[in-house]
Ligand binder design. Structure first.
Ligand code: SF4
Length: 179
């Protein structure tokens, strides 16, 4: 999960605690399980979010991805190509940390601090790393779009599995509240 899901999890924990206290212990309190990168910056440097309109979507085309990266904010103090930058304050570098190889991350870190690379070059490296991740997803996505019966089958199997689990819990809940 990402860091912005923590308040939702806390609400769930509170509901579980309250129910368990009022009736009987049915619900375990869920614990956070963070992803390796719990916060991904958006193209404007704030957290990536649909509501901020700063997200890169799986449905974006290659051209849209590059346009978003090309115009992405960088270290605000790096105004000219000859100005050294600070990767630690740059959201492009944060995305490199998620998607690029250790070698590229190291080259960006050093190149940015010494003005050895420009921001467009840096963004092109990020673009290549992102495309490597996105291309197999795009391929799979287009296969699925053209195979709606397969998607329907997966959704139905998931719903059946969820019903099996939830119906057992629901019985416990009914028993606990005396229904
Ligand atoms: S070189 Fe890369 S890390 Fe440095 S400021 Fe430019 S975009 Fe950011």
């Amino acid at each position: 999960m990402g860091i912005d899901q923590l308040p939702h999890l806390e609400l769930t924990r509170e509901i579980a605690r309250r129910f368990n206290f009022l009736y009987k212990p049915v619900f375990p309190e869920p614990q956070p399980l963070m992803t390796e990168f719990p916060k991904i910056p958006g193209t404007d440097g704030r957290k990536m979010s649909k509501s901020y309109n700063n997200a890169i979507y799986l449905a974006d085309t290659k051209e849209e991805v590059w346009e978003k990266l090309r115009t992405m904010v960088t270290d605000p103090k790096r105004i000219k190509r000859t100005d050294p930058g600070d990767p630690e304050v740059c959201p492009v570098f944060s995305l490199h940390r998620v998607y690029s190889s250790p070698d590229i991350i190291q080259q960006v870190d050093a190149g940015c601090r010494t003005a050895g690379i420009g921001c467009i070059e840096c963004k092109k490296w990020l673009n290549s790393a992102l495309l490597q991740r996105l291309e197999p997803i795009w391929e799979r996505r287009s296969q699925l779009i053209n195979n709606s019966s397969m998607v329907k089958g997966v959704v139905e199997a998931g719903a059946k599995r969820a019903r099996e689990v939830t119906s057992a819990v629901l019985e416990e809940v009914k028993d606990a509240v005396g229904l």
